[in-house]
Every structure is written in C-alpha cells, then in structure tokens.
Write a protein that binds this ligand. Structure first.
Ligand code: ADP
Ligand code: ADP
Length: 228
C-alpha cells in the first residue's frame, strides 16, 4: 500500500537527499524508519503526502502513483493519511478540541458527528475531557497527543509520524510509542521515524534504515509473518 520504486530526491541546489530507495509496506504493517540526523527520513516521509515530489522513481499509495499527482488531487490523498510531521504544529490560539476538529472542518464533516469523533479521538490518546484546555498549558507529551488525535480523527488507514518522540522525556516518549503500537493493533498501517529504535523494540517492528539517503537495511524480525 506504500511502495517506493527506485526513488531519488534532489533538492534545488543539487543536494541528493535520497537515492535508489526501494521498499513496499503492506496493509497493517508497523514500520520504524531509522537513521542519523540528515539521513533523509523527513524527506522520505514527505514524499507520501506529496509535500515533496521525487526527482526520479515512483511512489505508490494504495496502488496510485502519486509522483505526478495533480495539485487538486492532493487533498483527497491526504484524507486517507494521518500525518504527524515536524511542521504539524498545533494552533496555539485555539483550544485542544478545535485543534483536533480542524481536519473535519476542512473536509466539511457534519458538526454533530465531528464533535463525537473529536471526543473519541481525544479519548483514544488519553486526553478525555481536556478539550477546553489551551495547548500552551499542556506538557510536551500532551501536545504531541493532541497532534496525534488530530492525525487520526479522520480515521486514516495509514499513519505517518516523523520523530514523534523527539524532545520528549523518556517516560513520555515510551507512552507515545505505545500509542502508535495500539493504533497498529487496531489495524492502522504505521510508518514512524525515530533515531531511538529501542522505543519500539518490544513490538519487534520491521525496521528500515537510511544512511546518507540510501536504504541500507530492511529487517523483519525472525518468525515474522508479514510476508505471507
Ligand atoms: P532527516 O529527517 O533524516 O534528519 P532530512 O530528510 O531532513 O533528514 O534531510 C536530508 C538532507 O536533505 C539533509 O542534508 C538536509 O539538509 C537536506 N534537505 C532537507 N530539506 C531540504 C530542502 N528543503 N532544501 C535543501 N536541502 C534539504
Ligand atoms: P468511535 O467508533 O466512537 O469513533 P472508536 O473507539 O472506534 O470510537 O475510535 C475512537 C477514535 O480513535 C476514532 O474516532 C478514531 O479517531 C480513532 N481510531 C480508532 N480506531 C481507528 C482505526 N482503525 N483507524 C483510524 N482511527 C482509529
């Protein structure tokens, strides 16, 4: 459902952030993307919602080649994607409820059902009853939960997160990792980047390793049935 075929990304100015990247992620997989800072993790993740486009190769999402997707079609693609990216900042002049509601407002969801969905999404991330609070009053871990609630409120089948545990205390980071595992257990395909793979180690996820823009590792734990 997420396929990269010989994908390269060169930024204006000539810097090659990705080269020859090939992989396929199946429905329902949990995949951890690891690599040092600057390895190309953010770049790779941005190609999926077409925030960036590949310079060569193809990116397919649910069988659709999005490499040359017309601009007008991008919002429809993103409706099926839950995104927790570096630029997914909360709106600090709106309360938690309104932040999570935002994607549903954009898609023109009926207000009553939208409110129910927001409450369910907040409940799902452990922020039940916290909708009226302002983001600035929340801890870093709680703010990240709001961002995750906003990402899943549309019930996407794919959840993509770029270093969602960066800048969090280890205890908060472990809770956030746990949350991604729980979404995966509920059937959501999860692709999450981190420089701390130990956070997800207990669930033995498939691991993609990027080094200087090249995929140098694609490991499934022994006994995995993901290939069958
Ligand atoms: P990571 O997420 O693994 O830290 P990035 O994908 O952010 O890696 O960056 C990979 C490389 O691409 C870095 O050297 C970075 O400086 C470069 N890069 C990222 N975004 C841009 C951009 N918009 N323009 C030019 N170079 C960029
Ligand atoms: P409800 O059916 O009342 O919405 P759920 O417990 O099924 O309650 O889900 C609560 C929230 O968690 C959903 O609104 C959604 O945001 C998120 N969620 C739960 N399961 C999934 C899933 N499989 N895919 C995407 N989001 C999900």
């Amino acid at each position: 459902m997420i396929v990269f075929e010989d994908v390269a990304k060169r930024y204006a100015g000539g810097y090659t952030a990705l080269a020859g990247v090939d992989f396929a992620i199946r429905h329902g997989e949990l995949v951890v993307l690891s690599g040092h800072s600057g390895a190309g993790k953010s770049t790779l993740l941005k190609l999926i919602p077409v925030i960036e486009r590949p310079s060569a190769g193809r990116v397919l999402i649910n069988g659709q080649d999005v490499s040359h997707l017309p601009k007008a079609a991008i919002p429809y693609l993103r409706r099926n994607l839950g995104l927790v990216l570096q630029e997914s900042r909360l709106l600090f002049d709106r309360n938690v409820f309104d932040n999570v509601m935002l994607p549903l407002v954009i898609t023109g969801h009926p207000p009553r059902d939208a409110a129910r969905r927001v409450a369910a999404a907040l409940d799902r991330v452990g922020l039940n009853g916290r909708g009226k609070e302002m983001p600035a009053g929340l801890s870093g871990g709680e703010q990240q939960r709001v961002a995750i609630a906003r990402a899943i409120v549309n019930r996407p089948s794919i959840l993509i997160a770029d270093e969602p545990t960066a800048h969090l205390d280890p205890a908060y980071a472990a809770d956030i990792a746990e949350l991604f595992l729980s979404f995966n257990e509920a059937g959501v395909t999860v692709l999450v980047s981190t420089h701390d793979v130990s956070l997800f180690a207990a669930s033995q996820p498939r691991r993609l390793v990027l080094e200087k823009g090249e995929l140098t590792g694609d490991s499934r734990p022994a006994g995995s049935t993901a290939d069958k």
